[in-house]
Write a protein that binds this ligand. Structure first.
Ligand code: ADP
Ligand code: MG
Length: 586
């Protein structure tokens, strides 16, 4: 199968996906689309994240939707709100030229009334999380008795997030004669019962994994609050004095603002964006290509067609909308066997995106700390020393001044002289970073950072710029008591009557744990825990003495396994509870 036309999709759909830049079907699409266009048999499709599964089920379903039939014809179930929105958006794109087909998303955490109103207007395709979908079915606001397609997207994730009961409840209400499509990256054991109970003689297909990212790129991210982002960007530039890279922003306005600010702060930076004339754009590109500019700030659109290959860094000042765009952006570094680094500045919430990246590229995305002032001063110093060592001395040009210079400096010993020369440059950074705050955002920390544990401590301490100072505590409960990071947060906040106590890093261990809380609350903390019990055990909390580095090393270095999952994981007796908790978040 060569192209989409040959598969037999309607012209308006082809037009829409061509505009999206789809040229050829991906392997899973090549297999699934023709099958779904011609057969009513159930389907199980296994393919990695990022292989185009949405279109694999979306295109053939859309192709067969009857716009005049006002019933919900297709229901797509997926594990998270983000995915719901993503699927709705993606399907919406495919429907750009088919305005008479409506698609909507239903998910928890948002007004159900709004979603009910949308459903009432008549929609053909619904993408929903299991909890909210079931709720709407029970309220009889979402009628699924006439659906022809039921899609279980990221089925393995849905099961691992505890949606099995909800899925059972929904599936049991669907009509018999529909076609059920199960899309998943893996086929866990639990899924067998879904297949057995709700699918009939399914066709199975699996599509191989694509190698999408160069091995020479190191993918990293830093968690930083929005208000510290610019400062963090500067620190990254400062810790890599020879940086040669692109900084990606989402909007023209931001692109301009960041480039202007970098210029004012004496960085070699400029922007390209849609407001530039062709001549201006060429000038900027010329300077960048010749390395007169070290940093180019750009939007995705403006960066299209940039033919610079040997970037040392790609920085995502803002994350792109899709993982595919992320890969496109970061593919501009690490070319031709050279090493490159991708750095994304993300909020606590956006870490999920980095997990998707991880899954798609099949490679670990490393969490890095934003460098401290001290680290930057150190790096700048040694860069300066290297420069001094390697500088080319132009005897002829400098000789007229040498005599006078020597005389002026003759009062200093060799050592003193070196100190002074070095200080000229070094002081600038020292001054910039005197009392510099720690910019890493720990407010949503649910698990241990992957590395660089001690790094941030050095920078902490001044309390300027409103960042939080933490104290570290020991608590005598751990994962064997079914403690998870969310439960620990709940436990702490409960003792402060629901006041929101800033909590820093949490380390869950088997029989005990550590956590950090805002200093302001620290003195009151132990007394607040008087008489408190957790899972029937008397809770004891005390200020932690020294850091237990051994534990830090051994504890969960994995990329996944966040608070919610890690703790309960393989404990059957508590599985039920986990499902309850999870459902609340849906
Ligand atoms: P998955 O569900 O397998 O993780 P998605 O359906 O989210 O993957 O697709 C990932 C990205 O690839 C999306 O941005 C989508 O628009 C894009 N994409 C899908 N199919 C194609 C194609 N045939 N050609 C180009 N891009 C595609
Ligand atoms: Mg998907």
């Amino acid at each position: 199968m060569e192209n989409f036309e040959a598969i037999g999709l309607k012209p308006e759909i082809i037009e829409a996906i061509t505009a999206l830049g789809f040229e050829k079907p991906t392997p899973v699409q090549q297999q699934a689309i023709p099958f779904l266009l011609s057969s009513k048999q159930d389907l199980i499709a296994l393919a990695q994240t990022g292989t185009g599964k949405t279109a694999a089920f979306g295109l053939p379903v859309i192709n067969q939707i009857d716009p005049k039939n006002k019933n919900v014809q297709a229901l797509v179930l997926c594990p998270t709100r983000e995915l719901c929105l993503q699927i709705t958006k993606e399907l919406g794109n495919y429907l750009a030229k088919s305005k008479d087909i409506q698609v909507t998303a239903v998910y928890g955490g948002e007004s159900i009334d709004k979603q009910i109103r949308q459903l009432r207007r008549g929609v053909h395709i619904v993408a929903g999380t299991p909890g909210r979908t079931l709720d709407l079915i029970k309220r009889e606001k979402l009628k699924i008795d006439n659906i022809q397609w039921l899609v279980l997207d990221e089925a393995d994730e849905m099961l691992s997030m505890g949606f099995k009961d909800d899925l059972d409840a929904i599936l049991s209400q669907t009509p018999d004669e529909k076609q059920t499509l199960l899309f998943s990256a893996t086929m866990p054991y639990e899924m067998k019962s879904i297949v057995r109970d709700y699918m009939t003689d399914p066709m199975e297909l699996s599509a191989g994994k694509k190698n999408v990212s160069a091995d020479t790129v190191e993918h990293t991210y830093c968690v930083v609050a929005g208000r510290h982002k610019y400062e963090a960007l500067k620190r990254i530039a400062n810790i890599h004095p020879n940086i040669y890279g692109i900084i990606f922003c989402r909007t023209r306005k931001e692109t301009k603002a960041i480039a202007d600010q970098l210029g004012q702060d004496h960085y070699n930076a400029d922007a390209i964006h849609g407001d530039l004339s062709q001549a201006q754009r060429e000038l900027v590109m010329h300077r960048f290509r010749n390395r007169h500019l070290q940093l180019l700030v750009a939007t995705d659109v403006a960066a299209r067609g940039i033919d610079v290959n040997d970037l040392s860094h790609v920085i995502n000042y803002q994350l792109p909308d899709t993982v595919a765009t992320y890969i496109h952006r970061t593919g501009r570094t690490g070319r031709a066997g050279k090493e490159g680094m991708a750095i994304s500045l993300v909020s606590g919430r956006e870490r999920d995106f980095m997990r998707s990246v991880e899954r798609k590229i099949g490679k670990k995305v490393i969490k890095k700390m934003i460098p401290t002032g001290q680290e930057i001063c150190e790096r700048q110093l040694f860069t300066l020393i290297d420069k001094v060592k390697n500088v080319e001395v132009n005897e002829e040009q400098i000789s007229p001044y040498l005599e006078a210079t020597m005389e002026k400096l003759s009062v200093f010993e060799r050592e003193e002289l070196i100190k002074r020369f070095v200080s000229v440059e070094f002081n600038r950074f020292l001054k910039d970073y005197e009392d510099a705050p720690d910019l890493n955002d720990f407010s949503r920390e649910r698990r241990k950072p992957s590395f660089d544990h001690g790094g941030r401590r050095g920078g902490r301490g001044s309390g300027r710029n409103g960042y939080t100072r933490y104290k570290r505590f020991f608590i005598n409960v751990g994962t064997s008591d079914h403690l998870t990071a969310p439960r620990l947060l709940g436990l702490i906040n409960e003792q402060f009557h629901g006041e929101k106590v800033p909590v820093g890093k949490i380390e869950l261990l088997r029989n005990f744990s550590f956590f950090e809380i805002d200093q302001q609350f620290a003195t009151k903390l132990p007394s607040r825990f008087n008489g408190v019990t957790f899972e029937g055990k008397g809770v004891e909390v005390e200020e932690a003495q020294a850091k237990r580095r051994n534990h830090d090393r051994s504890y969960d270095r994995g990329g996944r396994g966040g608070g919610g999952r890690g703790g309960y994981g393989n404990n059957n007796s508590s599985g039920r509870k986990r499902i309850k908790r999870k459902r609340k978040y849906n």
